[in-house]
Design a protein around this ligand. Structure first.
Ligand code: K7E
Ligand code: CUA
Length: 643
């Protein structure tokens, strides 16, 4: 009895000693590292808030526009680990996107006047919403350069559709969704004629137009239905960003504009440059559009078909009282609707204030027909003073606004000041400011543009990085800075260099809402969400010849591609279909052929096809391009083209 007690005591002492020693040891090690790397306690705290040990997952996922790359970047918060570049408007060989017949079809949906376009200027991603909050099902993004919208399904993170706007030549105010994702909004940037004919710039006021398109989204099909979509004709005021109403403003849409002057430039004729002419007036116009009313007009057949697309004309909009203008400080950029839908925050690049409009007041003015005048197209203009809840001086170059989980709290980016300002849009006062590096464009908070913002983190999407990173040449990455907004004061946590294109906007979602699949049903074509007619089961691999057409039905599974030899004649039209038979998670195979610009990414279950003319004789090895197993190098075969 006594003996065991002594042993117990000894053991306890050892534990205390060991634990104490290891803590002391860890502390001295920590101090050493801090000294060596020149870290402060504040740095350590920031590190502890972002560091994510191996195997741990992130609570938030960001979908960031990939700018001129035409793609979307996916990364985690708070770790800021980059997970994927989603192929959208641009071919991307890792995913086989643009290198197999199935994905080429998606890219071809975005042809511009018959021309196959292989880039996009992606700006504003939007997540699908149910009752005004993200549901984790779909993602949309616009291409400013070609006025296109893409649909990405978040069940496999694959681009399913690209639609080309039938009347616009460029867009900016998109994508924004209505609270149940019935429509995806896209708004023009540069006014242009709706048709594709020649027009002199002198016809600007008469023929050049802006528009807002309401793309009808079919959630079951996971596709935009162009035939059920429509647009409203807008004056050539250079509409900018937009937003869909919610709550009390549900059924309405808003867009800014920055050329109420309708200035048409021409420095070559001695006219002032665009940037001067477009900012001559003190105010531009916030457009207030009753889209539910427009929808009714479309249903009643009150539209004009332009390029096969339904357009409700300005005349109809004015006649039916479906559009209004409100002056806003000149050259505005962001227009952001509050979670309740009551307040609309507009920030002007050339004004130090943010203007908070009150939708209740706007509705009242509309009801009472209390207008201060009409624009040249007959659109009623509401008084700015009577529509405003108030204005707050924020700093230089306010652009975009995101909402916090705390009532009334918002964050606005200050481009010229390189700062983020935290303020209260209800009580109209500034609360805090933090410096960012440098020249911030958009900013994002989790669910920050929904009815239910989550708070906690903010990311500043900075246009310039200048000296923040190692010099890698004149083209610098951009800088996404993670900021902790959970306390009274904002705290800078982490810098993430962005290695693809200029991200404009990003959206951040609670990771729990995303439930993607890890494998496809066997023989799946993910671009059409159906079983491929070209799927091949084990033992059914074959080469079929019909005249000069050769069709190969192949399979891939660790560690062979079947067949291993494909012999054709020069001039044959060859189609190769490969099905990945794997069921194991992450067992992706690839399929690349020498000299024919073919590369598949075969995730478990997927079937991909490539069609080409075997126009050169010779020996063309093909092989699996993913290191899938110990015998991966042996996973190959020969395409032999006989003269
Ligand atoms: Cu860059 Cu939203 Cu296109 Cu502002 S936009 S920054
Ligand atoms: Cu399959 Cu490498």
């Amino acid at each position: 009895m006594k003996k065991t007690r002594v042993i117990w005591k000894l053991l306890l002492m050892m534990v205390v000693l060991l634990f104490g020693v290891s803590t002391v040891f860890a502390q001295s090690e920590l101090r050493k590292v801090m000294k060596e790397r020149g870290l402060t306690e504040k740095d350590l705290l920031a590190a502890a808030k972002t560091y994510t040990p191996t195997g741990k997952h992130d609570p938030y996922i960001v979908f960031s526009s990939g700018g001129q790359s035409g793609q979307i970047l996916v990364y985690g918060v708070p770790s800021m680990r980059i997970y994927k570049v989603l192929a959208v408007f641009t071919p991307e060989p890792w995913q086989g996107y643009g290198y197999d017949d199935e994905s080429k079809k998606v890219l071809e949906g975005g042809k511009v006047r018959g021309r196959y376009i292989t880039w996009g200027d992606s700006h504003h991603p939007a997540l699908s919403e149910t009752n005004g909050d993200y549901d984790g099902q779909y993602l949309f993004i616009n291409d400013k350069a070609h006025a296109r919208v893409a649909v990405i399904d978040l069940k496999d993170f694959v681009t399913k559709q690209i639609v080309k706007n039938p009347i616009m030549k460029s867009d900016h105010g998109g994508c924004f969704v209505t609270p149940n994702t019935k429509y995806v909004l896209e708004t023009t940037q540069y006014a242009a004629p709706f048709d594709n004919k020649y027009h002199s710039i002198k016809e600007y006021n008469k023929v050049f137009r802006g528009a807002m398109t309401f793309w009808r989204f079919d959630r079951k099909k996971g596709r935009i239905i162009p035939e059920k979509s429509f647009s409203v004709e807008l004056p050539p005021y250079m509409q900018d960003l937009a937003d869909a109403g919610k709550g009390i403003s549900d059924g309405w849409a808003f867009t800014n504009s920055w050329n109420s002057e309708r200035y048409t430039g021409g420095i070559e004729e001695g006219n002032p440059p665009f940037e001067a002419g477009c900012s001559a007036n003190d105010t531009d116009y916030l457009h207030v559009i009753n889209w539910k009313g427009v929808e009714k007009e479309v249903e009643a057949g009150h539209y004009k078909l332009i390029n096969g697309h339904k357009v409700v004309t300005l005349k109809t909009l004015v006649k039916k009282g479906l559009i209004y203008l409100i002056p806003e400080p000149k050259s505005p950029h962001g227009v952001d609707v509050s979670p309740s839908g009551r307040y609309i925050i507009v920030s002007g690049k050339l004004d130090t204030h943010a203007s908070v409009y009150d939708f209740k007041k706007i509705l009242n003015l509309i009801k009472k027909k209390d207008f201060i005048g009409k624009d040249p197209y007959g659109i009623p203009i509401l008084s700015m003073r009577k529509s405003l809840h108030g204005q707050v001086e924020l700093g230089l170059g306010p652009l975009h606004t995101q909402f916090d989980s705390k009532d009334g709290i918002v964050y606005t980016s200050l481009y010229v000041d390189s700062a983020v300002v935290k303020w209260d849009y209800k009580r109209l006062k500034v609360l805090d400011k933090i410096q960012v590096h440098y020249n911030i464009g958009h900013l994002v908070t989790p669910h920050g543009d929904t009815v239910h913002p989550r708070g906690h983190y903010l990311i500043a999407l900075n246009k310039l990085a200048v000296d923040r990173f190692n010099n890698i040449g004149p083209l610098h990455p951009q800088n996404h800075q993670l900021i902790d907004i959970s306390g009274k004061k904002m705290q800078m946590l982490y810098d993430l260099p962005i290695p693809i294109g200029e991200p404009h906007y990003a959206v951040m979602i609670d990771a729990k809402l995303l439930k993607p699949e890890v494998r496809y049903k066997l023989g799946w074509n993910p671009y059409e969400d159906s079983r491929s007619p070209y799927r091949t089961l084990p033992g059914r691999e074959r080469i079929v010849r019909k005249g000069n057409r050769v069709e190969v039905f192949a399979t891939a599974i660790r560690s062979h591609i079947n067949p291993e030899r494909i012999v054709v004649k020069k001039g044959d039209i060859v189609t190769i279909h490969v099905t990945n038979l794997e069921r194991a998670e992450d067992e992706t195979h690839g399929f690349g052929i020498y000299g024919y610009n073919v590369q598949f990414s075969l995730e478990p279950g997927k079937t991909s096809s490539a069609t080409f003319v075997a126009d050169k004789e010779g020996v063309f090895p093909y092989y699996c391009t993913e290191f899938c197993s110990a015998l991966h190098l042996e996973m190959f075969g020969y395409l032999i083209v006989k003269p």
